[in-house]
Design a protein around this ligand. Structure first.
Ligand code: PHE
Length: 349
């Protein structure tokens, strides 16, 4: 029996060598100390051992058990330490690796253009007021002197929404909304989105941005000459000092007289291209002296008050300023396009 025990001890400790694997260690543990292990079996068989030998053998079994357990403990903590060392050395930071790029958002080019335009107008003394996109017929059409059966009021031009409302077709509702609340003298610009039932194309979009501007004071103080001077100055500030402008007679129900301001097409330098419809000129805005009926609609007496208004398209003007020849690029959200306009500075391109 004693020899048998010595053999178990010798063999087990030999198997528990310094480089014993996790699995080998576990195998020794189960074979010797497990519930059906060799040492466990010997203890169980102790009653068949002559009385006199029992204490000696019992002690020996316990001692071998402790030795094996201690060796297993030692190997396990050693293995843990080795694993830790290994993982620390393998996971070491490589400080020369390039950092992970955090993509940065940018201001959309249309917003950048809008902000540049507003900055020029604010420097000229205009206040900025935002008005609503969802309007009623009165503020989008009626108060602006549109006759009841004007074609712009037709389904094919205007998006109607439930509740007798519509998506404003221009920012001219801003004139009405502001003048209902405030009395002259007023110099206000109203930027915002407008909506028309147009297909997205090189020059048009069903949603676009406009800036409405108007100036109203006592009758006679504000003339068409002021309007012309202000807008020519705006065009030079925005497009550059050498920009050629022309005023063309036009018609809007809410201004009389009415005009449109064209600038020399900056894309084709006057040669003709799709954006300027081959004319060499691009329309930038509509303008005119506010119609007496518009003043009446906001309860101002046209014999006492007068002024001008203008409305300009931001996207189309932006095409010119940025040298882009397709409006659709603004709305496709292709980051390769948008990323090119991270730093538009003031002045011209
Ligand atoms: N509302 C007109 C348009 O959308 C522009 C405009 C505004 C014209 C103010 C004259 C005065 O085309």
């Amino acid at each position: 029996m004693k020899e048998q025990l010595e053999e178990i001890r010798r063999r087990s400790l030999a198997e528990l060598a310094d480089d014993a694997s996790e699995a080998a260690i576990e195998a020794v543990r189960i074979r010797t100390l497990g519930r059906a292990g060799e040492l466990t079996e010997i203890m169980r068989g102790m009653r068949d051992v002559p009385q006199a030998e029992r204490p000696m053998l019992g002690q020996l079994v316990n001692q071998i058990k402790r030795e094996i357990e201690a060796r297993i403990e030692e190997l396990k903590s050693r293995n843990q330490q080795l694993a830790l060392d290994r993982s620390l050395s393998e996971a070491a930071l490589d400080v020369t690796l390039p950092g992970a790029k955090v993509p940065r958002g940018r201001i959309h080019p249309v917003t950048q253009i809008l902000e540049r335009m507003l900055a020029i107008l604010v420097a000229m003394g205009f206040e900025v007021e935002n008005t609503q996109d969802i309007e009623d017929d009165f503020h989008n059409f009626g108060a602006l002197n549109f006759p009841p059966n004007h074609p712009a009021r037709e389904m094919q031009d205007t998006f109607f929404v439930p509740g007798a409302m519509l998506l404003r077709t221009h920012t001219s509702n801003g004139q009405i909304r502001v003048m209902e609340r405030r009395r002259p003298p007023l110099a206000v610009v109203c930027p915002g989105k407008c909506y028309r039932r147009d297909d997205l194309s090189v020059r048009a979009s069903p949603m676009f941005t406009q800036i409405e501007g108007f100036m109203v004071d006592r009758r006679g103080r504000i003339t068409m000459a002021h309007l012309k001077g202000l807008l020519a100055e705006f065009a030079r500030a925005f497009f550059g000092p050498d920009t050629k402008v022309r005023f063309r007679a036009s018609f809007f129900p809410f201004t009389e007289p009415s005009a449109e301001l064209d600038i020399h097409c900056l894309l084709c330098a006057g040669a003709g291209c799709p954006v300027c419809k081959q004319s060499g000129w691009t329309e930038v805005l509509g303008c005119g002296m506010i119609h007496p009926n518009v003043l009446r609609a906001v309860k101002l007496d046209p014999d006492e008050y007068g002024g001008f208004a203008f409305g300009m398209g931001v996207e189309r003007t932006g095409l010119m300023a940025l040298g882009i020849d397709d409006m659709r690029l603004f709305f496709e959200n292709d980051l390769r396009f948008l990323a090119q306009f991270s730093a538009i500075s003031g002045g011209t391109r």
